[in-house]
Design a protein around this ligand. Structure first.
Ligand code: SF4
Ligand code: SF4
Length: 470
């Protein structure tokens, strides 16, 4: 599009990255400050999302976190509902739902998520970039500052910027940690000397270092090189997906406006001011078409609308549109792909809700003690030794009991006789299953154990009982 009529390969822009120079070095991007309708709305949304993110760890229900992703203890609380390792299958459904939703959303609305809600873009463009503009000025001033020798101005500006970046990175790392281990734990770590919580302290410092590195140096590379979602765009998008798109039908052939000159050729609406390239945080030219590097940040829409207003041409030369709506003036939102994804999403959501509604609040696993068969007692009884593991997924203490369904069996608990499980806890116990020798009819009997929660039967557990036949 951009190279129509020239000898240059119109696809040549695909052979290089805007952020890499010909000699392989990093081409540092200095995006020009932007303002406009979309930027304003993105700013408002970012305040809401950032507030939710930072307030999240403080939200508790009956003293427990509303959200917790404790990967270390494999314990998760999502919207107040607790999930244990035994609920992994339910979490897998939740993850699948999330992925299918993202795929469906991307097929219809392109990378809207990247520009409006991705934490990387939110922090980069709405927090760190704004601070950079505030301290170092707009793109041209930043270039000038970076080219300067290390004088007092450069020293204090860079020093101030990095200090503020460090403080924000600390804030983010503590918040992330609070989502992982809970806010109470984080408060404990920060209120005691590092030696008291060495692993927690190292974790916090590591996260801070990573965030500082990403937002002060790595920046757009996270979206271009690391993010797998960006890589998937090629297969997720089609000609009907809505993206930040340059209307090449309207815009080409592009050409600068020269005052008091009669145009020899009919010109498109693009005046080739290159402002859309100058504001782009990933250093691309949207006029080359949809590209993997575009994070749909809408900066080019805002700046181009401003240009169109100045040259008295209709806004929207760059806008949210699909390839089909630009080329054929048609927009089909509900394609066969979208229908299939929607159906899949409905099925998965149904399965997830069913699993969630039918899952046990309390579970018990009974296993025979390894290496032992049976014991013959002087009393004429035969016993088998078992281990039991209880998990209380509820937020209340529960009194647990195991009782054999067959009254010829009895249970003898070893050790602590009080099987009261605290809320959200796991308990391992041991017990003997005992039967009179004279009642033994087979050397391997199937036994049903009733699991009672606060006196009520909630489950039946099957196990084996081994005994000699006399
Ligand atoms: S900002 Fe608009 S007019 Fe200027 S180069 Fe980009 S597309 Fe063309
Ligand atoms: S092309 Fe436009 S929307 Fe895409 S990243 Fe660059 S400025 Fe943002």
């Amino acid at each position: 599009m951009s190279n129509k009529g020239s000898n240059i390969n119109p696809e040549s822009f695909r052979d290089s990255l805007g952020t890499v120079l010909e000699d392989g070095k990093r081409n540092w991007i200095y995006p020009k400050k932007v303002s406009g309708k979309f930027y304003r709305w993105r700013s408002y949304l970012s305040w809401v999302l950032l507030a939710i993110l930072f307030i999240g760890p403080f939200i508790k229900i009956d003293g427990r976190p509303y959200m917790l992703f404790n990967i270390f203890e494999r314990k998760f609380i999502i919207f107040g509902a607790a999930f244990w390792p035994q609920d992994t299958h339910i979490l897998i459904f939740l993850l699948l739902i999330f992925f299918i939703f993202i795929i469906l959303f991307t097929a219809v609305f392109g990378r809207v998520f990247c520009g409006w809600a991705c934490p990387q873009t939110l922090f980069m463009e709405m927090v760190f970039r704004k601070i950079e503009y505030l301290i170092e000025g707009d793109a041209s001033q930043q270039r000038k500052l970076n080219a300067m020798p290390w004088n007092s101005e450069k020293l204090w500006k860079k020093g101030l910027k990095m200090s503020v970046f460090l403080l924000i990175s600390l804030l983010i790392s503590h918040t992330v940690m609070a989502y992982l281990i809970g806010i109470d734990q984080v408060v404990e770590i920060v209120s005691q000397p590092p030696s008291a919580h060495i692993s927690g302290f190292i974790g916090l410092m590591a996260f801070t270092g990573i965030f500082l590195f990403v937002f002060s140096w790595f920046r757009e590379q996270a979206c271009i090189v690391v993010c797998p979602y960006g890589r998937l765009q090629g297969v997720l998008l089609d000609a009907n997906s809505i993206n930040v798109t340059y209307d090449h039908v309207r815009g080409e052939p592009r050409g600068m406006i020269r005052k008091n000159k009669v145009e020899e050729l009919p010109k498109g609406d693009c005046i080739d001011c290159t402002l859309c390239v100058q504001v782009c945080p990933t250093g691309i030219d949207i006029r080359n078409g949809v590209q993997m590097e575009c994070v749909n940040c809408t900066a080019c829409i805002d700046v181009c609308d401003e240009v169109m207003e100045k040259v008295d041409r209709p806004k929207g030369l760059i806008r949210y549109a699909s390839d089909n709506s630009v080329l054929k003036q048609t927009q089909k939102l509900v394609t066969s792909r979208v229908k299939v994804y929607t159906l899949l999403l409905v099925i998965l959501t149904g399965a997830f809700i069913t699993l969630l509604a039918t899952r046990d609040d309390l579970s018990a696993t009974v296993t025979k003690f390894r290496g032992m068969t049976y014991q013959e007692r002087d009393t004429g009884e035969i016993s088998n030794f078992y281990e039991v593991s209880f998990i209380n997924k509820t937020f209340k203490d529960q009194l647990i009991e195991l009782r054999p369904e067959d009254p010829t069996y009895k249970i003898e608990v070893v050790g602590d006789q009080n099987w009261t499980l605290e809320s959200q806890s796991k308990f391992d116990g041991r017990f003997f299953l005992v039967k009179e020798q004279e009642d033994v009819k087979t050397n391997q009997d199937k036994v049903v154990l009733l699991l009672l929660q606060n006196g009520e039967i909630i489950d039946k557990i099957k196990t084996n009982f081994i005994a000699p036949i006399r």
